[in-house]
Design a protein around this ligand. Structure first.
Ligand SMILES: Nc1ncnc2c1ncn2[C@@H]1O[C@H](COP(=O)(O)OP(=O)(O)OP(=O)(O)O)[C@@H](O)[C@H]1O
Ligand SMILES: [Mg+2]
Length: 174
């Protein structure tokens, strides 16, 4: 099934982290996850959740200034932020290609700044404010590139039911 784009909505930071965490439980092979969204929409919050789902114990903070942080989890988590990258040279210095996807989960904030670096097989997660600028509601879009990412999104959406009353129901993967 072509799972072109699917989305969930959240009402606060913790809910966004929770969605990331649930996705994290389903990650069992190396994958690149590109996070798109304006400044302050919740990309880092979402990755923090993924880290929880991967069993990362260390506190995850924004890699904006260091460009890459690596965490130990069930699979390693490589957390990139391209916002401050000045040019492509820097990604080479970071050893970027070794992590695409490498042995673990490569989460990249602002990947759209260097879109050609993304491998065809990746999952795009786009976070948008739904209304007023001060609103806490977010729409989280899942756009899989490639068959493995499609399968992941499909399995994830089958298991998760996000209700507008704020209750989340899911069955963990067997
Ligand atoms: N529904 C929501 N989901 C996520 N974050 C939310 C939500 N509502 C409000 N927030 C707030 O939005 C901010 C998101 O910050 P975060 O650092 O994750 O953004 P970001 O997309 O990584 O930004 P940057 O582009 O600067 O890296 C936090 O202050 C968080 O409390
Ligand atoms: Mg961030």
């Amino acid at each position: 099934m072509q799972q072109a784009e699917a989305f969930l909505t959240t009402g606060n930071e913790e809910e966004t982290a929770h969605i990331g965490e649930l996705l994290g439980y389903f990650l069992s092979y190396p994958l690149v996850i590109a996070l798109q969204g304006d400044l302050g929409t919740g990309k880092t919050v979402f990755v923090r959740g993924i880290g929880r789902g991967l069993g990362v114990e260390e506190q995850i903070s924004s890699p904006t200034f260091v460009l890459l942080k690596i965490y130990d989890g069930r699979l390693p988590l490589y957390h990139f932020d391209f916002y401050r990258l000045s040019d492509e040279e820097e990604t080479i210095e970071l050893g970027f290609e070794d992590y695409l996807p490498g042995e673990g989960i490569a989460c990249i904030e602002w990947a759209e700044r260097l879109p050609h670096l993304l491998p065809p097989e990746h999952l795009q997660v786009r976070i948008e404010r739904t209304g007023e600028e001060v609103d806490d509601k977010r729409c989280i879009w899942f756009d899989p590139g490639g068959t493995a990412a499609e399968k992941l999104v499909e399995t994830f959406f089958e298991a998760v039911t996000w209700r507008t009353n704020g209750n989340l129901h899911m069955e963990l993967p067997g």
